[in-house]
Every structure is written in structure tokens, then in C-alpha cells.
Design a protein around this ligand. Structure first.
Ligand SMILES: Cc1cc2nc3c(=O)[nH]c(=O)nc-3n(C[C@H](O)[C@H](O)[C@H](O)COP(=O)(O)O)c2cc1C
Length: 175
């Protein structure tokens, strides 16, 4: 493994969901850089059905942070990003396309030393559309709380590779 690969693998394995943020603001130029990188996420047919809404307005951010009980990290985050996808542009793939863009945002944030957490949206689509004035064909797929980390959580447990990876057909161990 080359030095570069090792650094990149370490980068992937050190991302954590961050739910506690420093008060320090995130410069809007940095947010722009992150969203610029997110444009390069893969999408079916390269249709790029996504839009990104950066939220700095405390009132809007607070409303979103109360959308469900697990959305609370947004309240303490200096910035939120909502990834929404136009389902008419990519009816079969918009959810996965948007998930890809959301992961690009989280990895770009990690690359710049920021922390983030994906907050569930799919059970509150209409509420979020209303708060953000989104047209009904734009489905919010991820809300991301973003900021400088104020915690260093341990890695969450992962399933064993032997239980989830198979060779050729389901159930045949990869050994
Ligand atoms: C689709 C999706 C929805 C999630 N929703 C929430 C959420 O509503 N609130 C939250 O605090 N974390 C949420 N998470 C973060 C997960 O809890 C977290 O990714 C998981 O526990 C693994 O931890 P890690 O990201 O630190 O590796 C969500 C993650 C995904 C991918």
C-alpha cells in the first residue's frame, strides 16, 4: 500500500458523526468549497438531481433541529446543509444520488477538519419542505449539521466482515 493510500484509508476510517460543535462560525467560503466538491458525487445518468441549501439563519436552523427528536445536533451547529433531490429529474435514483452527494459533503467537511452528522429527513418531508419553501418535487434526503467538532467520539461498532461479505453467492464465505 502506498503512503497516499494509507493516508486516504485513515481519512475514511476516522470520520465520525459529530453532534457537539464549537461555537466558532464556519466561513461561508469554506461551505462553498465543500458544496463545490459535492457536485462531483456520482449520480445515475449524471443527472445530478440535487440542490444544496446552506442554513445559517438561527430561526430556520432551530425549526429544523426540532423536526424530530434526533435532529437536535443542528441546534448547536453553526451551519446546516439540506440536500434535496428533484424526484422528477431522476425518479428511480434520486434517493441514492442525493445520498452520494450527502456523503461527499461529509467527506469534504472531514477533509477540511470539520465535523458533521447526517440527520434523518425522510419521515418529515413535508414539514421540511414547508420550512425551506421547497417545491413539492424536491425531496429533502439529508440534513447535515456542520461545524468544528467539540467532541471526539470513539468509533461505533461495526458488523464483522465475515457476516456481511460473501464470495459469488449469498452465504458463501469470503475467505
Ligand atoms: C440515513 C441516516 C440517517 C441518520 N439520522 C440520524 C439522526 O437523525 N440523528 C443523529 O444524531 N444521527 C443520525 N445518523 C448518524 C448515524 O447514527 C451514524 O452514522 C451511525 O451511528 C454510525 O456512526 P458514525 O457516523 O460515527 O460512524 C444518520 C445516519 C444516516 C446514514
Amino acid at each position: 500500500m502506498s503512503m497516499d493510500s494509507e493516508i486516504f484509508v485513515k481519512f475514511l476510517l476516522t470520520r465520525r458523526s459529530i453532534r457537539k460543535f464549537k461555537k466558532d462560525p464556519v466561513p461561508i467560503d469554506l461551505v462553498k468549497k465543500i458544496l463545490d466538491i459535492a457536485r462531483y458525487a456520482p449520480s445515475a445518468g449524471n443527472r445530478q438531481p440535487w440542490i444544496f441549501i446552506a442554513i445559517t439563519d438561527p430561526e430556520i436552523k432551530n425549526k429544523l433541529s426540532k423536526i424530530h427528536r434526533w435532529a437536535y445536533p443542528l441546534e448547536g451547529a453553526p451551519i446546516g446543509i439540506v440536500v434535496a433531490c428533484n424526484k422528477d429529474v431522476s425518479p428511480d435514483s434520486y434517493l441514492v444520488d442525493c445520498a452520494n452527494a450527502a456523503m461527499y459533503i461529509m467527506f469534504a467537511a472531514h477533509a477540511y477538519g470539520l465535523g458533521s452528522v447526517w440527520l434523518q429527513t425522510l419521515r418529515n418531508i413535508e414539514d421540511i419542505q414547508k420550512i425551506l419553501n421547497l417545491p413539492s418535487n424536491y425531496i429533502p434526503v439529508a440534513m447535515i449539521a456542520l461545524g468544528y467538532p467539540d467532541e471526539s467520539p470513539s468509533p461505533k461498532p461495526r458488523k464483522e466482515l465475515k457476516d456481511i461479505a460473501f464470495l459469488n453467492t449469498y452465504g458463501k464465505t469470503l475467505e
